[in-house]
Ligand binder design. Structure first.
Ligand SMILES: Nc1ncnc2c1ncn2[C@@H]1O[C@H](COP(=O)(O)OP(=O)(O)OP(=O)(O)O)[C@@H](O)[C@H]1O
Ligand SMILES: [Mg+2]
Length: 198
């Protein structure tokens, strides 16, 4: 399978073109890096690839077919800011089980403690919250994963732990992963190939 962005262009409102005629392919099982300076449009591209923003020009398809807008999204986005991705009025257990039910083994490997399931999002640190968002995104139905600066707020050891889990799952389920980061060392360490923004 291949996720294909063709001739993408995007601007917010009447603002400047942030994405101009961009082409990108991500194959199943491939770990692709996306790097570039702050503000160059990485998060914007991540949102377009996963259907959270519609481009003004071009298309995003899987094997030539449009991505279904209803039901489970095979292109899962893990947001740069996890607090923006969860419902503040839901306890973590509900958020976690919204799309699928991750097993205890996965929760343990991500360092998610049982006691956290009963907490509200504002009772967790950003890094703790992000682990829930990672677990949610690793459904057996996920075909492509767009990981937008997902470990920026974590210490080095936890960062390595989370990436280990994500890459193992990607290998197991043949998920194509886009690693969005301005951390060149992280990208060089994790990725088969790198796409550099402007
Ligand atoms: N909702 C919005 N409305 C208007 N402009 C926006 C909006 N979101 C982002 N922008 C602008 O679009 C540009 C690209 O933003 P984006 O968040 O995609 O950058 P980024 O590469 O992810 O940056 P960073 O590395 O800091 O996360 C920036 O100039 C930003 O100010
Ligand atoms: Mg960003």
């Amino acid at each position: 399978m291949q996720l294909e962005a063709r001739n993408l262009s995007f601007r917010y409102g009447k603002g400047p073109l942030i994405i101009n005629n961009l082409n990108l392919e991500l194959k199943s099982g491939e770990i692709l890096g996306l790097s570039g300076p702050s503000g160059c449009g990485k998060t914007t591209l991540a949102k377009i690839l996963s259907g959270y923003e519609l481009p003004q020009g071009g298309s995003v398809k899987i094997d030539g077919k449009s991505i279904p807008s209803k039901g489970f999204n095979p292109v899962q986005l893990i947001f740069q800011h996890p607090e923006k991705a969860v419902n503040p009025r839901w306890q973590m257990k509900k958020t976690l089980n919204e799309g699928w039910s991750p097993d205890n083994e996965l929760l343990d490997s991500l360092g998610i403690e049982k006691a956290w399931l009963k907490r509200w999002p504002n009772e967790l640190s950003g890094g703790e919250l992000q682990r829930f968002c990672v677990a949610k995104a690793l459904s057996p139905k996920t075909r492509f994963l767009i990981a937008d600066e997902i470990t920026t707020m974590l210490d080095a050891i936890t960062q390595a732990q989370i990436w280990n889990v994500v890459l193992n799952k990607a290998r197991e389920n043949n998920i194509g992963v886009l690693v969005v980061s301005h951390d060149q060392h992280l990208i060089n360490r994790l990725c088969d190939r790198v796409f550099i923004g402007k």
